[in-house]
Design a protein around this ligand. Structure first.
Ligand code: PEP
Length: 255
């Protein structure tokens, strides 16, 4: 049985005072018997890099884990403004988001670069949360499977199936991110099942245990029906992770 994972992607939001209040509310909300103490889902928070230490200190003693939103593929060097996997690890991160559609689209990150980041993360003992997903145009053109599997296979080809033993895949249809549009549970399940089948053709054991989480306008009101699908093991949550009651409700949607 796979343990659920609910990951918060704060993106470029929040200032220290608001972060403190948000984390305080999340921590007390998840202590409620209907929340985290039920032990059903692992919870991860990925704040902006400058607030990693603040969040780490605030989360100390809780079971909530800390993650980066981005990482560079190099170990160190002349990469002004970038952060290495070793630095994330040293700051207390257990995970890092890789290949988010905003990084792919706005910052032009290639599949090759994303694959290299995946390797760098694992070399520093971080668990990569690899995002894959199609745009609206790709879905309408009937190329959802080709797009998603193309992104997945690029990384698989680079790191090998063994590397997926310690990884999370996030299916995030680009048209559902921050738009209020959510893939229906059936649409999401179809792609999640395809991702698992592709992995299972390489290694059944890895396919059985890997967590494939869904992202795209997940809220307190739609989380439970998404999590009820057999291949949806959790969520990557953007906007709703900035609202304590919403995020708590999503975490509590694991039965
Ligand atoms: C995301 O940024 O990964 C995301 C899923 O955002 P939202 O929940 O706001 O759609």
């Amino acid at each position: 049985m796979r343990k659920g994972l609910v990951a918060a992607n704060w993106k470029m939001n929040g200032l220290s005072q608001g972060n403190d209040a948000l984390l305080g509310a999340i921590l007390s909300g998840l202590k409620d018997p209907s929340g985290l103490e039920g032990g059903q889902a692992e919870v991860l928070i990925c704040p902006p890099a400058v607030y990693l230490q603040q969040v780490r200190d605030k989360l100390e003693g809780s079971r909530i884990r800390l993650g980066g939103q981005n990482v560079h593929s190099a170990i160190s060097g002349a990469f002004t403004g970038e952060i290495s996997a070793g630095m994330l690890s040293d700051t207390g991160c257990s995970h890092v988001i890789i290949g988010h559609s905003e990084r792919r689209e706005i910052f032009g990150e290639s599949d090759q670069f994303i694959a290299e980041k995946f390797s760098a993360a694992q070399a520093a003992n971080l668990i990569p949360v690899l995002c894959v997903g199609e745009t609206q145009a790709q879905r309408e053109a009937g190329s959802t499977a080709e797009t998603v599997l193309g992104q997945l296979n690029m990384v698989l080809g680079h790191v090998g199936i063994e590397a997926f033993e310690q990884a999370v895949v996030a299916y995030e249809p680009v048209w559902a991110i921050g738009t209020g549009l959510t893939a229906s549970p059936e649409q999401a399940q179809e792609v999640h099942a395809l991702i698992r089948k592709t992995i299972s053709e390489l290694d059944e054991g890895v396919a059985e245990q890997i967590r494939i989480i869904y992202g795209g306008s997940v809220k307190g009101t739609n989380a439970a029906t998404l999590f009820a699908q057999p291949d949806i093991d959790g969520a990557l949550v953007g906007g709703a992770s900035l609202v304590a009651e919403e995020f708590i409700r999503i975490c509590a949607s694991f039965e």
